[in-house]
Design a protein around this ligand. Structure first.
Ligand code: ADP
Ligand code: MG
Length: 455
């Protein structure tokens, strides 16, 4: 019996099982033990393997014997058992289940070549990227790199804070190039994955395959390069890969959270090399861009979102685009689940905890200044003894807002208003509440002040 027993179908079945096992037990275990299995034959319901030594067999059988059997059973209902022979080189060819010990070992089917590139998010395209002042330069540079048939800026280095669209732009470049020129080999991966793959290659003495992967690349995109700061051997490898590609005039695109010269823990030669091409930064999103992203997002929503709600979110959440999108998605998800339309009031409610975290601390002094300005009174009157209504009313409003918007105690607030008693503050708060109830335009005034102080 020889390899002839083993048709293409068997090899394929074994290939699938290998993929499953690798995923189940991990690369390390697989390489250490199961990679020693050589499929010899499948005959009369027995799957026959050969391994190099008794030691290996004794290790595998109790641990993976059953699993192997059930995986084979799933492939072929006729499989009854697994037999593991010890290969002839061992000189101990104890045939199990009557298998011919001189069987020619057939190499384990290779699993599909490992894909080094990460999956691209289908939403991260140029069409879905909203352009505004803060990102127009990075966008233009990315588009240029993606659209030109020749290498223009090399490398293109994109940098900016978290959640501002770096990954989105990199995926967009990759999508665009793949769409235009499907024969160009485009690889996108994070620096973290690069490191992981490299370390793995080192461990399995497989660095040739690792290097080979990158040698044939036309466009290499590496995201979040700051990750390899302080990781010396990875930097070394990265530097060589990078140089080799640049020297061959292949396009390289890198992203980082800061400009190349600020990458601490990065070798000087690498830092300077990263800045040789075009360096484009993405600034924090301004109100207009945030609103633009929200409008685009709302257009894709299955339920309508009032513009006021979008403006409110754009106004309130000023950190990054990921959070802005997250807030809107939360509002939409909530409305969809409870089956109610999206409203501004509902949005306040749903985002309350999020907004609280974003609210900066307002000081009593700021409140006094703002209120005085609003009512066109002197700031000094906030602390003065004057009782004329024209100054007393704004003072009461300021106390009310101080109570609402700060963590100050009543006595503390009193002290900040010219050393007044805490009962005066209580009185002011009550008075403003009453007035708000009786006078809608006054209520609106106070609300307006509150909002402008909170923003
Ligand atoms: P980074 O990689 O800079 O941390 P991402 O590219 O992951 O940021 O962006 C975070 C989220 O914000 C993603 O969902 C992305 O699609 C979205 N986003 C960022 N910038 C824009 C933009 N200009 N237009 C549309 N969506 C954007
Ligand atoms: Mg990113």
């Amino acid at each position: 019996m020889g390899a002839g027993d083993l048709g293409a179908e068997r090899r394929e079945q074994w290939g699938r099982i290998v993929v499953r096992l690798r995923a189940e037990i991990g690369e390390t275990q697989f390489k250490s033990w199961l990679n020693n299995l050589r499929l010899v034959a499948v005959r009369d319901g027995v799957v026959v393997y050969a391994v190099p030594s008794r030691f290996v067999r004794d290790w595998i059988v109790p641990r993976y014997g059953d699993r192997l059997r059930s995986l084979w059973l799933a492939e072929d209902g006729a499989v009854r058992s697994i037999a593991i022979d010890i290969g002839e080189s061992d000189g101990d060819a104890a045939a199990v289940n009557g298998t011919d010990a001189s069987a020619t070992a057939v190499p384990v089917a290779d699993p599909p070549t490992r894909e080094f590139t990460a999956l691209l998010d289908p939403r991260y395209t140029f069409a879905d990227f909203v352009v505004g002042k803060p990102n127009e330069f990075a966008h233009a540079a990315s588009l240029r790199v993606a659209e030109s048939a020749t290498v223009t800026f090399n490398p293109l280095y994109l940098y900016g804070g978290v959640g501002l669209g770096k990954t989105h732009l990199m995926h967009a470049i990759a999508w665009q190039i793949r769409g235009q020129t499907p024969n160009r080999k485009v690889i996108y991966l994070s620096a973290e994955t690069f490191m992981y793959q490299f370390v793995r290659a080192l461990r399995f003495k497989d660095t040739m395959a690792f290097k080979e992967q990158f040698r044939s690349v036309d466009v290499l995109l590496i995201d979040d390069v700051q990750f390899i700061s302080g990781k010396e051997s990875t930097q070394e490898e990265f530097f060589h890969t990078f140089n080799a590609l640049i020297d061959q005039n292949r396009q390289v695109v890198i992203s980082g959270d800061r400009q190349p010269s600020d990458l601490d823990g990065m070798e000087e030669r690498l830092r300077s090399r990263l800045g040789w091409g075009l360096v484009a930064d993405i600034h924090p999103a301004d109100y207009e861009l945030r609103l633009g992203v929200l409008l685009a997002e709302a257009e894709r929503s299955a339920i309508p979102v009032p513009r006021r709600v979008l403006e409110f979110i754009a106004h309130k959440i000023a950190t990054n685009i990921r959070e802005v999108e997250g807030a809107l998605n939360r509002v939409i998800a909530h409305a969809t689940l409870v089956g109610r339309p999206v409203t501004l009031e509902g949005t306040h409610e749903i985002l309350r905890d999020l907004l609280r975290a974003h609210d900066r601390r307002v000081t009593v002094e700021e409140i006094q200044r703002k209120v005085a300005e609003h009512y066109n009174t002197r700031l000094a009157d906030m602390t003065s003894d004057r009782r004329a209504r024209a100054v007393a009313r704004p003072r009461q409003v300021a106390m009310y807002l101080a109570k609402q918007l700060t963590q100050r105690s009543l006595p503390e607030i009193g002290r900040k208003f010219g050393g007044r008693d805490h009962t005066t503050v209580i009185h002011a708060v009550r008075r403003v509440d009453e007035l708000k109830l009786g006078d809608p335009s006054f209520a609106e005034d106070v609300e307006l002040l509150r909002r402008s102080l909170e923003s």
